[in-house]
Design a protein around this ligand. Structure first.
Ligand code: RUQ
Ligand code: CUA
Length: 674
């Protein structure tokens, strides 16, 4: 039952503790604050929660949450602790407000570059052409020395083997890369502690040599009976250009993996720098086929007691590639399974069946694996793994010949947490926080030495209920070498009974939890009405140093001055050549110059738009009715749009941002003559 203030005797004491001895100046004192809380039906605890999360008008949140938007294909930026939505960054899905995917050159390049293997594909571009959605799962902020550096963000597309790259200088997506040989993705994305690479591995294994643009011939019989031979997974290390943040396939490499279903992955750091860890399930290699007399996949994939943690020495893989011991497959350098085994860069360790999350502790020394069907977290010791590898302490090999380390040799501890553990994050006092999907709770537990003396290691110390069905969770800097504690966000799949009814499709539910004390405390709910979030990262807001305005004439495509930028309306002009009308257009409050553009039917119209303002927030839009042309022109930005004038008539293009008192007048005409 909910307590109200009226039922609680020492309510004045509680509120006084929460708000300090004096009321705020100029307004209601302590007594009227209590009345206010009472009038809203708030308990003292509720009032304290409100004060802990409230950010006054004009104030700033201390943290920013970068949350995946799931199958909305976006990334959502949320202020913490206020849980206010600051921005949705379009990544895999067109979004008109940001002018993403509606004619702007930088966005078309990001979304539409042809996939590898398609005509005209550059090595590092391409999304497979006309895809207009993605399933964004796991964001990875760039890191320096194992800490978030606020420069870039990468996110995978679960539905496809794609990675989106967002430049945090302007919060815009600059590149969507189709990773060769992957049809789907899940393992990662993570950045190595120096962001030399971002890692992604396949989710469901794909046909060996899979290429979306060519396709592959296969039969039902092949699928059911030759699965272990014809399918493969891949662990992919995508090289990051250290100046631009862009991904470069030519400098990247993959390691071929067995067709177990590789699941989540995490990066070694500190003592385990140079290693990567990938979970898997379906070591049974079940194929589905209920009507073919096979068990449903969830049954077929749960026959064995153990699946496999994949342990990859990527620094060794780097050397193997440098020595030329790779084959090229669909435009990327691939270390085959045979080579990976021969070079000793790939090992397996048994993990309790059907694991999900693998999360490395801040010093890189512990590897926490949580298995949906096992109430424990299993903690592997990296020192034990190294020793078992050095001693060749194997319990055998898998059917492909990959050595399997002895379970007892590599496990440092186990801790019983509750039903359905999934993902783990860390704090600054040696604690781990694990989401419990089935139990709808977060478990807090202690790590071993050196975080806690051996006597206190791997013990459950607290639990808090959430609402409901938690997937991922995020603590402040909780997957880096320097977690900050303080807050935890529970990302819940179900929100039944928590919010106003908006129809059968319910929002998901984020819950803010205070982890600064010994007991976790639920502070606030935030309905998420824009796609199912998966992972998120919670970063100190002042880590991010975005432009307030672009320097004059900068193109979002290159982040350098565009050769087509103009300085003022004196430079505005129209140049015609056969079949083409090319316009250099100046954009300021409150007119376009030129404001009349004429073309002949069939002409290609190319407009180089420069917003020549340097006032923060003086954004203009450029929209053309009946065309998929909608460009956001932020102050200083220079962007090019091109389209075909295919129907005669006049078209009143206009500014879509209410930029000034004369915004409504900010329009012009495109006259298309027969
Ligand atoms: S995982 S279903 Cu992030 Cu728990 Cu994708
Ligand atoms: Cu510019 Cu409205």
């Amino acid at each position: 039952m909910k307590r109200t203030l009226l039922m609680v005797v020492p309510l004045g004491l509680a509120l006084a503790a929460a708000i300090g001895a004096c009321g705020p100046g100029g307004g209601g004192g302590q007594a009227s604050l209590i009345e206010l809380a009472q009038s809203r039906g708030l308990s003292p605890d509720d009032a304290a929660r409100a004060i802990k999360t409230f950010v006054a008008p004009g104030g700033r949140d201390e943290y920013m949450l970068f949350a995946s938007g799931g199958h909305s294909g976006q990334v959502h930026v949320i202020g913490v602790p206020s849980m206010r939505l600051l921005k949705s960054i379009a990544v895999f899905t067109p979004e008109p407000w940001q002018g993403y995917g509606y004619g702007a050159d930088w966005s078309e390049e990001a979304l539409d570059g042809p996939a590898p293997g398609r005509p005209g594909a550059g090595a590092a571009r391409g999304t497979g052409g006309d895809l207009r959605w993605g399933d964004s799962h796991h964001p990875a902020l760039s890191e320096t020395d194992g800490k978030y550096d606020g420069r870039w963000l990468y996110i995978n597309d679960r539905a496809h083997g794609r990675i989106g790259f967002v430049d945090l200088a302007d919060f815009r997506t600059k590149q969507v890369l189709q990773v060769p040989n992957l049809q789907t993705s899940h393992g990662g994305i993570f950045a190595t502690p120096d962001t030399k690479y971002v890692h992604i591995s396949s989710k469901v294994p794909a046909l060996k040599g899979w290429n979306a643009s060519r396709g592959q011939s296969v039969s039902l019989d092949d699928h059911l009976n030759r699965y272990p031979d014809i399918y493969r997974g891949y662990s992919t290390f995508i090289a990051v250009d250290q100046k631009s943040g862009r991904m470069d396939v030519a400098k990247s490499f993959q390691i071929e993996l067995p067709p177990y279903t590789q699941d989540l992955a995490d990066s070694g750091k500190g003592v385990s720098y140079g290693y990567a860890f990938i979970n898997s399930y379906n070591a049974e290699m079940a194929t589905g086929g209920i009507q073919q007399g096979r068990p449903p996949l969830e049954v077929g994939a749960s026959q064995l007691d153990f699946d496999f943690l994949h342990i990859i020495n990527w620094q060794k893989a780097e050397q193997v590639v440098a020595a030329g011991k790779f084959t090229e497959l669909n435009g990327i350098r691939v270390i085959t399974l045979e080579t990976a085994i021969a070079e000793g860069l790939l090992h397996l360790a048994p993990e309790p069946r059907s694991p999900h999350g693998v999360d490395i502790a801040p010093k890189g020394d512990y590897i926490t694996v949580s298995g949906k069907l096992d109430p424990h977290a299993t903690v592997y010791g990296f020192d034990r793994i190294l020793k078992a590898i050095a001693d060749k302490n194997y319990e055998g090999t898998d059917r492909y010949g990959i050595p399997i380390l002895k379970f007892d040799a590599v496990v440092a501890g186990k801790v019983e947490l509750g039903a359905g553990p999934l993902h783990t994050q860390y704090d600054n006092t040696g604690h781990a926080y694990t989401s419990l999907y089935l139990e709808s709770a977060v478990a807090k537990w202690t790590l071993g030495e050196p975080y806690h003396p051996a006597a206190n290691a791997f013990k459950l110390v607290d639990k808090v209920s959430i609402h409901y069905n938690i997937g991922h969770l995020a603590t402040t800097h909780g997957d880096t070498m320097e977690p900050q504690g303080k807050y935890l966000i529970a990302m819940n799949k179900w929100s039944i009974d928590r919010h106003s009814n908006v129809g059968p499709l319910h929002p998901q539910n984020f819950q803010l939890i205070d982890i600064s004390g010994p007991k976790m405390e639920l502070l606030a709910d935030m309905p998420i009405g824009f796609g199912e979030p998966h992972y998120a990262q919670l970063v100190k807001a002042d880590t991010i140093k975005a432009h307030a305005v672009y320097p004059p004439g900068v193109s979002p495509a290159t982040m350098e001055k565009s050769p087509n930028a103009i300085a003022s309306e004196k430079d505005a002009r129209i140049v015609r050549r056969p079949g083409v009308v090319e316009v250099w257009m100046n954009v300021v409050r409150s007119h376009f110059t030129p404001d009349i553009v004429t073309a002949k039917v069939g002409d290609t119209v190319i407009i180089h738009l420069t917003n020549t303002e340097q006032t923060a927030d003086a954004t203009h839009g450029f929209a053309v009715p009946t065309k998929n042309v909608m460009v956001s022109l932020d102050p200083g930005e220079s962007t090019t749009v091109r389209f075909v004038a295919d129907t005669p008539g006049t078209y009143s293009f206009y500014c879509t941002e209410f930029c000034s008192a004369l915004h409504l007048e900010m329009q012009g005409w495109l006259i298309v003559e027969k």
